[in-house]
Design a protein around this ligand. Structure first.
Ligand SMILES: Nc1ncnc2c1ncn2[C@@H]1O[C@H](COP(=O)(O)OP(=O)(O)OP(=O)(O)O)[C@@H](O)[C@H]1O
Ligand SMILES: [Mg+2]
Length: 235
């Protein structure tokens, strides 16, 4: 088998609700190569976030095989999984998920503090990444003192700080006006140019057009998977 970055084989996910079983993913096959920019579209409830959370190792499948970087992540204990997740994956969510009582510098420092870096190093790096997303002059501000677009840029800095291979974004522009949304998409385009692998859920066909590849999920299955642009990054 070729070493795909992400390989899902016949992934199923179901929830038991009393005597009922709700099947959310019904046998998803998906391979994603390093450097791809993939958009995931689909109706509400079709299983997009569930699939992304499984890819991001924050949820587990019920059945099927998941290989990340050629390695099966099935049966890996939670602490090792957490290490893989921190090293390989950066998450960006619709609701930013910043910690409101801390300033943005500290919000971005947290992943590095969890990794055990020296405080001075975490300050230096978090400052550098906030600078990258244009917020170098707002370090001491709390999230609530910033606009939605600025908060999402903080969340992106936090997602990038451990230099992950994969960026998973679940409706990253969903809470933003169109101008702020475009700024976020520009950042993703730059990350793609730098060689990062990006998987982005969106409801918006127009936003999906930014990606190399567009996948439609429907009722727990991949309904279509089309190449949108040919990326030079994908070999
Ligand atoms: N923890 C859970 N327990 C039970 N059902 C769940 C759970 N999480 C998700 N579901 C169900 O799984 C289905 C798919 O949910 P999911 O969040 O993946 O959809 P989605 O495609 O991301 O939708 P949206 O566009 O609204 O975010 C839904 O019917 C949802 O109710
Ligand atoms: Mg969702």
């Amino acid at each position: 088998m070729e070493n795909k970055l992400i390989s899902l084989k016949n992934i199923r996910k179901s929830y038991k609700m009393g005597s009922l079983t709700l099947e959310v993913l019904k046998g998803v096959d998906l391979e994603i190569e390093k450097g791809e920019y993939v958009a995931i579209l689909g109706a509400s409830g079709s299983g997009k976030s569930t699939m992304m959370n499984i890819i991001g190792c924050i949820d587990v499948k019920s059945e099927g095989e998941y290989h990340l970087n050629g390695e099966s992540i099935d049966d890996i204990p939670e602490d090792e999984l957490a290490t893989i997740r921190n090293r390989e994956i950066g998450f960006v969510f619709q609701k930013f998920n910043l910690i409101s009582k801390f300033n943005i510098l500290y919000n971005v420092q947290i992943p590095l503090l969890l990794k055990g870096l020296k405080i001075s190093e975490t300050v230096e790096k978090a400052t550098e990444y906030l600078d990258k997303v244009g917020l170098g002059d707002r370090l001491k501000h709390k999230p609530t003192e910033l606009s939605g677009g600025q908060q999402q840029r903080v969340a992106i800095a936090r997602a990038l700080i451990c230099d992950p291979e994969i960026i998973l974004a679940d409706e990253p522009t969903g809470n933003l006006d169109s101008h702020s949304g475009e700024e976020i998409l520009k950042i993703f385009n730059n990350l793609h140019d730098e060689g990062k692998t990006i998987i982005m859920i969106t409801h918006d066909e127009h936003i999906a057009k930014e990606a190399d590849r567009i996948i439609h999920l429907s009722d727990g299955l991949i309904e279509s998977d089309i190449q949108n642009k040919i990326s030079e990054k994908v070999k």
